[in-house]
Design a protein around this ligand. Structure first.
Ligand code: HSE
Length: 397
Protein backbone atom coordinates (compact mmCIF):
# COMPACT_ATOMS: atom_id res chain seq x y z
CA UNK A 1 0.00 0.00 0.00
CA UNK A 2 1.17 3.54 -0.78
CA UNK A 3 0.51 6.12 1.93
CA UNK A 4 0.07 9.77 1.03
CA UNK A 5 -0.37 13.08 2.83
CA UNK A 6 -2.00 16.36 1.87
CA UNK A 7 -0.61 19.60 3.32
CA UNK A 8 -3.40 22.19 3.35
CA UNK A 9 -7.15 21.59 3.49
CA UNK A 10 -8.36 24.71 1.71
CA UNK A 11 -10.14 24.75 -1.62
CA UNK A 12 -7.56 22.71 -3.54
CA UNK A 13 -6.56 20.45 -0.62
CA UNK A 14 -10.15 19.42 0.12
CA UNK A 15 -10.53 18.81 -3.63
CA UNK A 16 -7.48 16.52 -3.68
CA UNK A 17 -8.91 14.51 -0.76
CA UNK A 18 -12.26 14.29 -2.59
CA UNK A 19 -10.69 13.19 -5.89
CA UNK A 20 -8.66 10.44 -4.21
CA UNK A 21 -11.65 9.15 -2.21
CA UNK A 22 -14.14 9.38 -5.09
CA UNK A 23 -11.89 7.62 -7.60
CA UNK A 24 -10.26 5.26 -5.11
CA UNK A 25 -10.77 2.03 -7.07
CA UNK A 26 -9.67 3.46 -10.40
CA UNK A 27 -6.62 5.14 -8.80
CA UNK A 28 -5.62 1.88 -7.07
CA UNK A 29 -5.67 0.11 -10.45
CA UNK A 30 -3.54 2.80 -12.07
CA UNK A 31 -1.04 2.86 -9.19
CA UNK A 32 -0.95 -0.94 -9.12
CA UNK A 33 -1.65 -1.15 -5.39
CA UNK A 34 -3.82 0.55 -2.77
CA UNK A 35 -3.23 4.31 -2.55
CA UNK A 36 -4.50 5.93 0.65
CA UNK A 37 -4.28 9.33 2.35
CA UNK A 38 -2.84 8.83 5.85
CA UNK A 39 -2.62 12.49 6.91
CA UNK A 40 -4.15 15.84 6.03
CA UNK A 41 -2.28 18.77 7.56
CA UNK A 42 -4.18 21.91 8.53
CA UNK A 43 -4.23 24.14 11.59
CA UNK A 44 -8.03 24.30 11.60
CA UNK A 45 -10.67 21.78 12.79
CA UNK A 46 -13.36 20.51 10.39
CA UNK A 47 -16.14 19.09 12.60
CA UNK A 48 -18.36 16.60 10.75
CA UNK A 49 -15.98 16.31 7.79
CA UNK A 50 -14.55 12.82 7.13
CA UNK A 51 -11.13 14.48 7.00
CA UNK A 52 -11.18 14.49 10.83
CA UNK A 53 -10.14 10.79 10.70
CA UNK A 54 -6.80 11.73 9.15
CA UNK A 55 -6.36 15.37 10.24
CA UNK A 56 -3.12 16.44 11.91
CA UNK A 57 -1.93 19.85 13.04
CA UNK A 58 1.69 18.75 13.16
CA UNK A 59 3.91 18.69 10.05
CA UNK A 60 6.39 16.43 11.88
CA UNK A 61 3.77 13.61 11.82
CA UNK A 62 4.08 13.54 8.03
CA UNK A 63 7.82 14.17 7.89
CA UNK A 64 8.73 11.45 10.38
CA UNK A 65 6.37 8.78 9.05
CA UNK A 66 8.45 6.60 6.71
CA UNK A 67 5.30 4.99 5.35
CA UNK A 68 4.32 8.29 3.71
CA UNK A 69 6.09 8.52 0.36
CA UNK A 70 3.87 10.92 -1.61
CA UNK A 71 2.87 14.38 -0.34
CA UNK A 72 0.63 17.06 -1.88
CA UNK A 73 1.61 20.64 -0.99
CA UNK A 74 -1.51 22.71 -1.55
CA UNK A 75 -0.97 25.34 1.11
CA UNK A 76 -0.03 28.15 -1.29
CA UNK A 77 2.43 30.97 -0.56
CA UNK A 78 6.16 30.69 0.00
CA UNK A 79 6.32 30.07 3.76
CA UNK A 80 6.07 27.54 5.24
CA UNK A 81 5.43 25.73 1.93
CA UNK A 82 9.09 26.05 0.83
CA UNK A 83 10.53 24.61 4.05
CA UNK A 84 7.95 21.81 4.26
CA UNK A 85 8.53 20.86 0.61
CA UNK A 86 12.30 20.86 0.95
CA UNK A 87 12.23 18.75 4.11
CA UNK A 88 9.81 16.23 2.57
CA UNK A 89 12.02 15.86 -0.54
CA UNK A 90 15.14 15.49 1.61
CA UNK A 91 13.32 12.81 3.61
CA UNK A 92 12.73 10.83 0.40
CA UNK A 93 9.12 11.79 -0.21
CA UNK A 94 7.83 13.00 -3.58
CA UNK A 95 5.96 16.31 -3.48
CA UNK A 96 3.16 17.35 -5.86
CA UNK A 97 1.91 20.92 -5.88
CA UNK A 98 -0.42 23.55 -7.31
CA UNK A 99 1.69 26.34 -5.75
CA UNK A 100 2.80 28.50 -8.70
CA UNK A 101 4.45 31.10 -6.47
CA UNK A 102 6.73 28.46 -4.97
CA UNK A 103 7.41 26.69 -8.28
CA UNK A 104 8.24 29.98 -10.05
CA UNK A 105 10.53 31.13 -7.22
CA UNK A 106 12.26 27.89 -6.17
CA UNK A 107 11.35 25.35 -8.88
CA UNK A 108 14.91 24.72 -10.14
CA UNK A 109 16.25 24.20 -6.62
CA UNK A 110 13.42 21.88 -5.53
CA UNK A 111 13.71 19.83 -8.74
CA UNK A 112 17.44 19.42 -8.04
CA UNK A 113 16.81 18.35 -4.43
CA UNK A 114 14.25 15.82 -5.71
CA UNK A 115 16.86 14.45 -8.18
CA UNK A 116 19.44 14.07 -5.41
CA UNK A 117 16.98 12.01 -3.35
CA UNK A 118 15.52 9.88 -6.17
CA UNK A 119 12.08 11.36 -5.73
CA UNK A 120 9.89 13.74 -7.74
CA UNK A 121 8.78 17.35 -7.46
CA UNK A 122 5.73 17.56 -9.73
CA UNK A 123 3.73 20.71 -10.46
CA UNK A 124 1.19 20.06 -13.23
CA UNK A 125 -1.51 22.02 -11.33
CA UNK A 126 0.64 25.15 -11.03
CA UNK A 127 -0.20 26.28 -14.58
CA UNK A 128 -3.58 26.04 -16.28
CA UNK A 129 -5.35 24.28 -13.36
CA UNK A 130 -6.65 20.98 -14.72
CA UNK A 131 -5.20 21.41 -18.21
CA UNK A 132 -2.31 19.01 -18.90
CA UNK A 133 0.50 21.31 -20.08
CA UNK A 134 3.58 20.68 -17.90
CA UNK A 135 3.77 16.94 -18.66
CA UNK A 136 3.22 17.42 -22.43
CA UNK A 137 6.10 19.94 -22.48
CA UNK A 138 8.31 17.60 -20.40
CA UNK A 139 7.55 14.37 -22.18
CA UNK A 140 5.75 14.87 -25.52
CA UNK A 141 7.22 18.00 -27.08
CA UNK A 142 10.83 17.09 -26.36
CA UNK A 143 11.84 16.75 -30.03
CA UNK A 144 10.75 20.31 -30.78
CA UNK A 145 12.31 23.67 -30.13
CA UNK A 146 9.45 25.68 -28.67
CA UNK A 147 9.12 28.92 -30.59
CA UNK A 148 6.18 30.30 -28.66
CA UNK A 149 4.03 29.61 -25.63
CA UNK A 150 1.16 32.07 -25.26
CA UNK A 151 -1.81 31.65 -23.10
CA UNK A 152 -4.78 32.84 -21.21
CA UNK A 153 -3.49 31.62 -17.86
CA UNK A 154 -5.79 33.34 -15.40
CA UNK A 155 -9.41 32.27 -15.02
CA UNK A 156 -10.54 35.19 -12.86
CA UNK A 157 -9.49 37.94 -15.26
CA UNK A 158 -10.74 36.00 -18.27
CA UNK A 159 -14.15 35.76 -16.59
CA UNK A 160 -14.08 39.51 -15.92
CA UNK A 161 -13.03 40.45 -19.47
CA UNK A 162 -15.69 38.12 -20.93
CA UNK A 163 -18.39 39.81 -18.80
CA UNK A 164 -17.17 43.28 -19.82
CA UNK A 165 -17.27 42.27 -23.50
CA UNK A 166 -20.61 40.47 -23.47
CA UNK A 167 -22.62 42.49 -20.97
CA UNK A 168 -21.02 45.93 -21.20
CA UNK A 169 -20.28 45.90 -17.45
CA UNK A 170 -17.55 48.22 -16.26
CA UNK A 171 -14.42 47.07 -14.47
CA UNK A 172 -15.51 47.97 -10.91
CA UNK A 173 -18.91 46.23 -11.21
CA UNK A 174 -17.51 43.12 -12.82
CA UNK A 175 -14.84 42.86 -10.11
CA UNK A 176 -17.56 43.06 -7.43
CA UNK A 177 -19.52 40.32 -9.18
CA UNK A 178 -16.46 38.10 -9.57
CA UNK A 179 -15.75 38.54 -5.85
CA UNK A 180 -19.37 37.73 -4.94
CA UNK A 181 -19.16 34.52 -7.00
CA UNK A 182 -15.89 33.53 -5.31
CA UNK A 183 -13.82 33.79 -8.52
CA UNK A 184 -11.91 36.89 -7.43
CA UNK A 185 -10.28 37.21 -4.02
CA UNK A 186 -11.10 40.02 -1.59
CA UNK A 187 -7.55 41.21 -2.40
CA UNK A 188 -7.63 40.57 -6.15
CA UNK A 189 -4.22 42.10 -7.04
CA UNK A 190 -2.51 38.80 -7.91
CA UNK A 191 -5.09 38.24 -10.64
CA UNK A 192 -6.05 41.73 -11.87
CA UNK A 193 -2.48 43.09 -11.80
CA UNK A 194 -1.27 40.05 -13.76
CA UNK A 195 1.09 38.69 -11.06
CA UNK A 196 -0.49 35.21 -11.20
CA UNK A 197 -0.13 34.71 -14.99
CA UNK A 198 3.37 36.25 -14.71
CA UNK A 199 4.46 33.40 -12.42
CA UNK A 200 2.80 30.86 -14.72
CA UNK A 201 4.54 32.11 -17.87
CA UNK A 202 7.83 32.17 -15.91
CA UNK A 203 7.32 28.44 -15.18
CA UNK A 204 6.46 27.63 -18.80
CA UNK A 205 9.41 29.66 -20.12
CA UNK A 206 11.75 27.88 -17.68
CA UNK A 207 10.54 24.54 -19.04
CA UNK A 208 10.80 25.71 -22.66
CA UNK A 209 14.35 26.99 -22.19
CA UNK A 210 15.59 24.54 -19.54
CA UNK A 211 16.88 27.49 -17.47
CA UNK A 212 15.64 29.57 -14.55
CA UNK A 213 13.41 32.45 -15.59
CA UNK A 214 12.95 34.99 -12.80
CA UNK A 215 9.37 36.22 -12.80
CA UNK A 216 10.60 39.61 -11.55
CA UNK A 217 12.21 40.09 -15.01
CA UNK A 218 8.93 39.69 -16.89
CA UNK A 219 7.14 42.84 -18.05
CA UNK A 220 3.66 42.60 -16.49
CA UNK A 221 0.57 44.71 -17.03
CA UNK A 222 -2.86 43.77 -15.63
CA UNK A 223 -6.44 44.59 -16.62
CA UNK A 224 -7.18 47.40 -14.15
CA UNK A 225 -7.07 50.13 -16.83
CA UNK A 226 -9.36 48.36 -19.33
CA UNK A 227 -12.64 50.22 -19.83
CA UNK A 228 -15.97 49.69 -21.56
CA UNK A 229 -14.79 52.16 -24.23
CA UNK A 230 -11.90 49.84 -25.11
CA UNK A 231 -14.45 47.09 -25.79
CA UNK A 232 -16.43 49.38 -28.12
CA UNK A 233 -13.30 49.67 -30.28
CA UNK A 234 -12.48 45.96 -29.93
CA UNK A 235 -15.89 45.02 -31.34
CA UNK A 236 -15.33 47.30 -34.33
CA UNK A 237 -11.97 45.61 -34.90
CA UNK A 238 -13.53 42.11 -34.64
CA UNK A 239 -11.29 41.53 -31.66
CA UNK A 240 -11.55 40.31 -28.08
CA UNK A 241 -9.48 41.87 -25.30
CA UNK A 242 -7.66 39.12 -23.39
CA UNK A 243 -4.98 39.11 -20.69
CA UNK A 244 -2.28 37.16 -22.50
CA UNK A 245 0.91 35.80 -21.01
CA UNK A 246 3.34 35.12 -23.81
CA UNK A 247 6.82 33.87 -24.35
CA UNK A 248 8.44 33.98 -27.78
CA UNK A 249 11.83 32.65 -28.82
CA UNK A 250 14.31 35.41 -29.76
CA UNK A 251 17.70 34.03 -30.78
CA UNK A 252 18.97 31.89 -27.90
CA UNK A 253 16.51 33.26 -25.39
CA UNK A 254 12.84 34.17 -24.98
CA UNK A 255 10.93 37.39 -24.64
CA UNK A 256 8.17 37.00 -22.04
CA UNK A 257 5.45 39.42 -21.08
CA UNK A 258 1.95 39.68 -19.63
CA UNK A 259 -0.46 42.33 -20.90
CA UNK A 260 -3.96 42.89 -22.24
CA UNK A 261 -4.02 42.19 -25.97
CA UNK A 262 -6.46 42.75 -28.84
CA UNK A 263 -6.96 39.29 -30.33
CA UNK A 264 -8.59 38.94 -33.72
CA UNK A 265 -11.53 36.55 -34.26
CA UNK A 266 -9.33 34.21 -36.30
CA UNK A 267 -6.79 33.62 -33.51
CA UNK A 268 -7.37 30.40 -31.51
CA UNK A 269 -7.31 32.30 -28.18
CA UNK A 270 -10.25 34.51 -29.30
CA UNK A 271 -12.90 31.99 -28.30
CA UNK A 272 -11.46 31.20 -24.84
CA UNK A 273 -14.08 32.67 -22.54
CA UNK A 274 -15.21 32.79 -18.90
CA UNK A 275 -12.96 31.00 -16.41
CA UNK A 276 -11.43 28.79 -19.08
CA UNK A 277 -7.69 28.86 -19.82
CA UNK A 278 -5.81 27.92 -22.95
CA UNK A 279 -2.16 27.54 -23.78
CA UNK A 280 -1.07 27.98 -27.38
CA UNK A 281 2.22 26.23 -28.17
CA UNK A 282 4.20 26.59 -31.38
CA UNK A 283 6.99 24.07 -31.98
CA UNK A 284 9.51 24.36 -34.81
CA UNK A 285 8.43 20.91 -36.05
CA UNK A 286 4.96 20.54 -34.52
CA UNK A 287 3.60 23.86 -35.75
CA UNK A 288 0.63 25.13 -33.75
CA UNK A 289 -1.21 23.33 -30.96
CA UNK A 290 -3.54 24.46 -28.24
CA UNK A 291 -4.32 23.04 -24.80
CA UNK A 292 -7.73 24.15 -23.50
CA UNK A 293 -9.80 23.52 -20.40
CA UNK A 294 -10.69 24.42 -16.83
CA UNK A 295 -7.82 26.62 -15.70
CA UNK A 296 -8.93 27.14 -12.12
CA UNK A 297 -11.38 25.78 -9.57
CA UNK A 298 -11.37 23.17 -6.84
CA UNK A 299 -11.80 19.86 -8.66
CA UNK A 300 -9.97 20.65 -11.94
CA UNK A 301 -6.90 21.83 -9.99
CA UNK A 302 -7.22 18.93 -7.54
CA UNK A 303 -7.45 16.51 -10.46
CA UNK A 304 -4.04 17.70 -11.70
CA UNK A 305 -2.47 17.45 -8.21
CA UNK A 306 -3.94 13.97 -7.66
CA UNK A 307 -2.76 12.93 -11.15
CA UNK A 308 0.77 13.93 -10.16
CA UNK A 309 0.41 11.93 -6.92
CA UNK A 310 -0.52 8.86 -8.96
CA UNK A 311 2.51 9.48 -11.20
CA UNK A 312 4.78 9.84 -8.15
CA UNK A 313 3.38 6.59 -6.72
CA UNK A 314 3.97 4.76 -10.00
CA UNK A 315 7.57 5.93 -10.30
CA UNK A 316 8.82 5.40 -6.75
CA UNK A 317 12.61 5.34 -6.63
CA UNK A 318 12.93 6.99 -10.04
CA UNK A 319 13.13 10.70 -10.81
CA UNK A 320 11.19 11.67 -13.92
CA UNK A 321 13.13 13.95 -16.27
CA UNK A 322 12.45 17.69 -16.00
CA UNK A 323 14.44 20.06 -18.22
CA UNK A 324 14.90 23.01 -15.83
CA UNK A 325 18.29 23.92 -14.36
CA UNK A 326 19.26 26.70 -11.96
CA UNK A 327 21.26 28.72 -14.54
CA UNK A 328 19.47 32.04 -15.03
CA UNK A 329 18.01 32.86 -18.44
CA UNK A 330 18.48 36.49 -19.45
CA UNK A 331 15.22 37.36 -21.20
CA UNK A 332 15.22 39.41 -24.39
CA UNK A 333 14.09 43.00 -23.76
CA UNK A 334 10.44 43.75 -24.52
CA UNK A 335 11.53 47.12 -25.99
CA UNK A 336 12.99 45.35 -29.04
CA UNK A 337 9.90 43.25 -29.87
CA UNK A 338 7.65 44.41 -32.69
CA UNK A 339 3.90 44.54 -33.06
CA UNK A 340 1.01 46.85 -33.91
CA UNK A 341 -0.55 49.02 -31.19
CA UNK A 342 -4.15 50.14 -30.76
CA UNK A 343 -4.16 53.71 -29.42
CA UNK A 344 -6.89 56.11 -28.26
CA UNK A 345 -6.29 59.86 -28.34
CA UNK A 346 -8.40 63.03 -28.14
CA UNK A 347 -10.17 64.06 -31.35
CA UNK A 348 -8.04 66.42 -33.43
CA UNK A 349 -4.71 65.01 -32.20
CA UNK A 350 -2.03 64.94 -34.90
CA UNK A 351 -0.99 61.27 -35.10
CA UNK A 352 1.16 61.62 -38.25
CA UNK A 353 4.24 60.68 -36.19
CA UNK A 354 2.97 57.07 -36.37
CA UNK A 355 2.92 57.05 -40.19
CA UNK A 356 0.24 55.10 -42.02
CA UNK A 357 -2.31 54.41 -39.27
CA UNK A 358 -5.64 52.62 -39.59
CA UNK A 359 -8.45 54.60 -37.95
CA UNK A 360 -11.07 52.77 -35.87
CA UNK A 361 -14.42 54.42 -35.17
CA UNK A 362 -15.52 53.22 -31.75
CA UNK A 363 -18.40 55.70 -31.65
CA UNK A 364 -16.96 57.48 -28.59
CA UNK A 365 -17.48 61.26 -28.65
CA UNK A 366 -14.41 63.50 -28.45
CA UNK A 367 -11.80 60.87 -29.23
CA UNK A 368 -10.38 58.73 -31.98
CA UNK A 369 -8.82 55.27 -32.08
CA UNK A 370 -6.21 53.99 -34.49
CA UNK A 371 -3.91 51.04 -35.12
CA UNK A 372 -0.26 51.78 -35.76
CA UNK A 373 1.89 50.02 -38.34
CA UNK A 374 4.23 47.31 -36.95
CA UNK A 375 6.97 48.88 -34.82
CA UNK A 376 9.10 48.04 -31.82
CA UNK A 377 7.97 48.87 -28.30
CA UNK A 378 10.86 51.35 -28.09
CA UNK A 379 9.67 53.10 -31.27
CA UNK A 380 6.10 53.18 -29.96
CA UNK A 381 7.17 54.72 -26.64
CA UNK A 382 9.29 57.37 -28.39
CA UNK A 383 6.45 58.35 -30.77
CA UNK A 384 3.72 58.26 -28.11
CA UNK A 385 5.69 60.63 -25.88
CA UNK A 386 4.67 63.57 -28.06
CA UNK A 387 0.94 62.76 -27.69
CA UNK A 388 -1.55 62.52 -24.82
CA UNK A 389 -2.59 58.88 -25.07
CA UNK A 390 -5.91 57.93 -23.43
CA UNK A 391 -5.07 54.23 -23.62
CA UNK A 392 -2.95 51.74 -25.57
CA UNK A 393 -3.56 48.01 -26.06
CA UNK A 394 -1.15 45.77 -27.96
CA UNK A 395 -2.51 44.01 -31.05
CA UNK A 396 -1.74 40.31 -31.55
CA UNK A 397 -0.80 39.17 -35.05
N1 HSE B 1 -6.49 32.86 -9.34
C1 HSE B 1 -6.12 31.88 -10.32
C2 HSE B 1 -6.97 32.09 -11.57
C3 HSE B 1 -6.31 30.50 -9.76
O1 HSE B 1 -7.96 32.83 -11.51
O2 HSE B 1 -6.65 31.53 -12.62
C4 HSE B 1 -5.67 29.41 -10.57
O3 HSE B 1 -4.28 29.50 -10.59
Amino acid sequence: MIKAAIMGYGTVGSGVYEVIRTNEKSIDKKVGEEFRVKYVLDLREFPGDPVMDVLTHNFEDILNDEEVTVVAEVMGGLRPAYDFTKRCLEAGKSVCTSNKELVAKHGAELIQIAREHNVNYLFEASVGGGIPIIRPINTSLTADVLLEISGILNGTTNYMLTKMANEGMDYADVLKEAQAKGYAELHPEADVEGWDPCRKIAILTSLASGKQVDFEDIYTEGITKITTEDFAYAKKMDCAIKLVASSKKVGDTYCAMVSPVMIHREHPLYMVNDVFNAVFVKGNMLGDSMFYGAGAGKLPTASAVAGDMVEAARYQGQTLPVFWDAEKLELAPVSETSRRFFVRVKEGTDVSVFGDVQTVDGGIAGEVGFITPVMTEAEYVAKAEALTVISMIRVEG
